[in-house]
Ligand binder design. Structure first.
Ligand code: 13P
Length: 242
């Protein structure tokens, strides 16, 4: 049943990119034509400074998203960006609860409020969860992730979950397909059949097929390999047609 969900291939550019990167969706489009990818969604989440300069998703077939948002729509919150502002700048998605934000202090309650704010603004939140290496070594990975989901995911009609084991992010260490399969099956049981479940953590062209082919993996959240359009396109081509 979950296999009927449309794959989502999402690049998180993190703190990378200048104005010249605003044209990357066009490069992606020449590498993987829109007519050949009607079965999947492709998303780029650039730094907020680039969002409104990025080529129009209607022209490139590459959707745009934010990397984080504040829970409030507006106010005295120096340095923050609201979900409404991201929407206004062209986003249709926003990542919330990335482990790099959680490491800066975001709690499950904060992530929950941000996900609600995303929905309020008409964005689809991509809610990130994932265990640390110590938690995995202690045999607690599933328990930790289940608790994060319980506390970070509000009651929403439309959201995406990204499972990103902290120890696999930017390290080159990818979780094995067996680990990912086990975790995604557990998450599927918890959230039901309609939620897209992305895997993130050192996804690259070489491992994309084995990860994206798993039953309850509906896409990927990609850091390093999403900065270059040729590797992003290769990963997107590995997403099975439904
Ligand atoms: P890498 O693909 O660089 O490991 O980053 C994963 C990630 O954090 C995506 O949000």
């Amino acid at each position: 049943m979950a296999k009927t969900l449309r794959p989502l291939i999402a690049a998180n550019w993190k703190m990378h990119g200048d104005m010249s990167w605003a044209f990357k969706p066009a490069d992606f489009n020449t590498l993987f034509l829109t007519e050949d990818r009607t079965h999947l969604d492709v998303l780029i989440c650039p730094p907020a400074t680039l969002l409104s300069s990025m080529l129009d998703p209607e022209q490139t077939g590459v959707l745009l998203g934010g990397q984080d948002c504040h829970a409030n729509a507006a106010g005295a919150h120096t340095g923050n960006v609201s979900a409404e502002m991201l929407k206004d700048a062209g986003a249709s998605y926003v990542i919330v609860g990335h482990s790099e934000r959680r490491a800066e202090g975001d709690t499950d309650a904060d992530v929950n409020a941000k996900a609600k704010a995303a929905a309020r603004a008409g964005l689809t939140p991509i809610i990130c969860v994932g265990e640390t290496e110590a938690e995995r070594d202690a045999g607690k990975a599933q328990k930790v992730v289940a608790a994060q989901i319980k506390a970070s995911v509000p009651k929403l009609k439309d959201y995406v979950i990204a499972y990103e084991p902290v120890w696999a992010i930017g390290t080159g260490k990818t979780a094995t397909p067996e680990d990912v399969d086990e975790m995604h099956n557990a998450i599927r049981e918890q959230v039901g059949a309609k939620v897209r479940l992305l895997y993130g953590g050192s996804v690259k062209p070489a491992n994309a097929e084995s990860l994206l082919g798993l039953k309850n993996v509906n896409g990927a959240l990609i850091g390093g390999a999403g900065l270059e359009m040729d590797s992003l396109a290769e990963i997107a081509k590995a997403a099975p047609a439904k």
